[in-house]
Design a protein. Structure first.
Length: 279
């Protein structure tokens, strides 16, 4: 292994950017929060482009995205605590509401969004999967923005490596090792590639559930692969099969997504949400 000075001369040394952009009194605007905001605004604007094809009103769209936002926050926090910090939660239950200490889980956020979609589908009396088809292409936008926030914060970095594009996270990695910038891998795959795939795939009517299933399948595969380059959580490590917690949580997504797509094309004769929600 190279000595630290030689490493830092050979690789990009990322000095941590202040996570607080600016503050006014007790109010602090953080990069991570800004990335979430950018993601939601972009999702809203893109959703409006397809709104006319659904038969919904702008108020309906606002309700759906608001419930989805709550689902991301509440589900993301619950998922992080239960999936990744359960023992800590048992010893200190108040930790669950200490959101300011950090910690959000995509898989928990996904469950929160699913709950929001169920509520919205019942209100509008439409198929749950049809609403999922509408929402699915919007999700990668927020995922990509969130990964940029992770990179700016110098968190969730990758495993040690000697690839030429390795990054040393000088302010947050106590070992100061060159690492895979896995946050950028996830931005590219979970954000750009998955969004492009789903947006193009959903341009024409598909059987109900096909787009939602494609999201679950695509994200599950991408996340499973990227986890091989991402540093496992220190307190969890890898299991006996050398798989991370993120990989274990992604495997059901791949299976469920594949089953939904199969059933959509095998048993459904209706079109996608575009026709299923119009009156």
């Amino acid at each position: 292994m190279l000595q630290a000075p030689l490493q830092e001369a050979q690789y990009w040394v990322f000095s941590n950017i202040d996570p607080v952009i600016f503050s006014i009194g007790p109010l602090a605007v953080r990069w991570y929060g800004l990335m979430y905001l950018v993601g939601f605004i972009a999702a809203y604007l893109l959703a409006k482009k397809r709104l006319a094809r659904t038969g919904w009103s702008e108020d309906d769209l606002s309700d759906l995205l608001f419930w989805g936002f709550l689902g991301v926050i509440i589900g993301g926090r619950l998922g992080y605590v239960l999936f990744y910090q359960f023992e800590y939660f048992v010893s200190d239950p108040i930790y669950l509401i200490k959101i300011w200490t950090g910690g959000m889980s995509f898989h928990g956020g996904l469950l929160g969004v699913i709950a929001a979609i169920i509520l919205f589908a019942r209100k509008k009396k439409v198929s749950f999967l049809a609403v999922g088809d509408f929402v699915a292409p919007l999700v990668p936008i927020g995922l990509g923005a969130g990964r940029i926030g992770n990179f700016i914060n110098g968190e969730l970095w990758g495993r040690a490596t000697d690839v030429p594009w390795a990054v040393i996270f000088a302010s947050t990695d106590p070992d100061r090792l060159p690492r895979h910038p896995s946050q950028l891998y996830q931005f590219a795959l979970e954000g750009v590639v998955l969004f492009t795939l789903l947006w193009l795939f959903s341009r024409k009517p598909k059987p109900v559930g096909a787009v939602a299933g494609m999201f679950l399948l695509g994200y599950g595969i991408v996340r499973f692969v990227v986890e091989f380059f991402r540093q496992p959580d220190a307190h969890l490590g890898l299991n006996s099969l050398s798989l991370s917690q993120g990989q274990l949580l992604s495997m059901p997504m791949v299976i469920i997504g594949a089953v939904i797509i199969y059933r959509a094309y095998s048993y459904s004769t209706t079109n996608s949400i575009i026709n299923s929600t119009k009156k």
